[in-house]
Design a binder for this molecule. Sequence first.
Ligand code: PLP
Length: 421
Amino acid sequence: MMSDRQPKDGDAADEPAREGAKRFGATGADGKLLGFSTLAVHGGEPRPKLGNSLATPIVQTATYTFADTQEIHDHFQHRIEREEYGRYGNPTQRIAEQKLAALEGAEDCLLFSSGMAAVTTAMYAVLSHNSHVVVTDDSYRRTRQFLTQTLHRYGIEVSVVPAGDYEAIEEAIRPTTRLLVSESPTNPYNRIVDLERFADLGRRHRIKTLIDATFATPFNQRPLEYGIDIVLHSATKYLGGHNDLLAGAILGSAELVDGVRSLQAITGAIIDPLAAYLLVRGLKTFALRIARQNANAQALAEFLAAHPKVTAVHYAGLPSHPQHEIARRQMRGFGGVVSFEIAGDLETTSRVIDACRIPQIAPSLGGVESLIEQPALMSFYELTTEERLMVGIKDNLIRYSVGIEDAEDLIADLAVALERA
Ligand SMILES: Cc1ncc(COP(=O)(O)O)c(C=O)c1O
């Protein structure tokens, strides 16, 4: 399991920030690496901030003024660091990015208007005509759709292979393969990809690897430490944590992130200053929230695994999970999503969901409020049962995203719902 001390050796203490202030570094006064909660509260933030504000200012501006022509010369010749125009960046965004980079142990981070904006812009930046991509099957449906439908129209070839089948991934690799894409844990089945093996495949074949780590968050897993090139998050989920913002992030080497930043300056899928502020604010409680969600999900999964009306539980924290040992090796906790199957059909499953009082029925996950959904009747609504089965979605599957409520309340609520269905 990962240690409490997350940052990598060599992370700089108090670096200069864009505003001319010092940015809070990853080491304390004693030179030791700071813990996750300390970084979640202080990491990446400049000291002092604009106007000596303790809270992160929301710099609500579309453009930035220059004092004189000399300042324009200084800016374009990189003699000074400053903002130019809203599509190229915003000070509130920079603080959110630096905080996430500190948490992920990344050289740099780039934020977007949504997780899908991060997916699409990063892929446009890395791929070109005639490139080939290998993506694992149990990954966010829209990511697969973007690859197999949109990018395919631009001459990009895509192979979809089973998540965790490393032989299949290797066999799918061609001379034109430029990117290996997977999630870990996957959505909705919580499959775990061995990050070391995945990164090794990329390294051996000189192909970039991208892990969508939305379900894990950097609290539970830090793919860059295993040699993954690009980490991607839908920050809408656990990073924001309060179901009140949409955002996406990519993290990796400064060079790689910079390449995507240049494209974002053209394509324009930027995060707005208010969303960036909400993200910084949400991240203050990040470590507390995720620890609680890990514990709640584990308790719920154990309850479900022992329930006679439950036929399968997909949660990597259970010893019965097929990749439990891999998860134990590379994760600190197993996340807040528990997927499970109940004895019964589509309607029985809907009745369980409708009978729950605490979790609300909604797509998405990762916030402080528990959410529940039947994937067959949410993300996969327009498909028939047969079509859904072909993509592995069963009618009796429930995805439960646990919040930070009391575990005993969530369990008691679900026990009654299962009894009534
Ligand atoms: C694993 C995963 N990746 C990416 C996304 C897309 O993120 P967003 O909804 O912020 O665009 C989602 C959304 O559900 C997701 O679950």
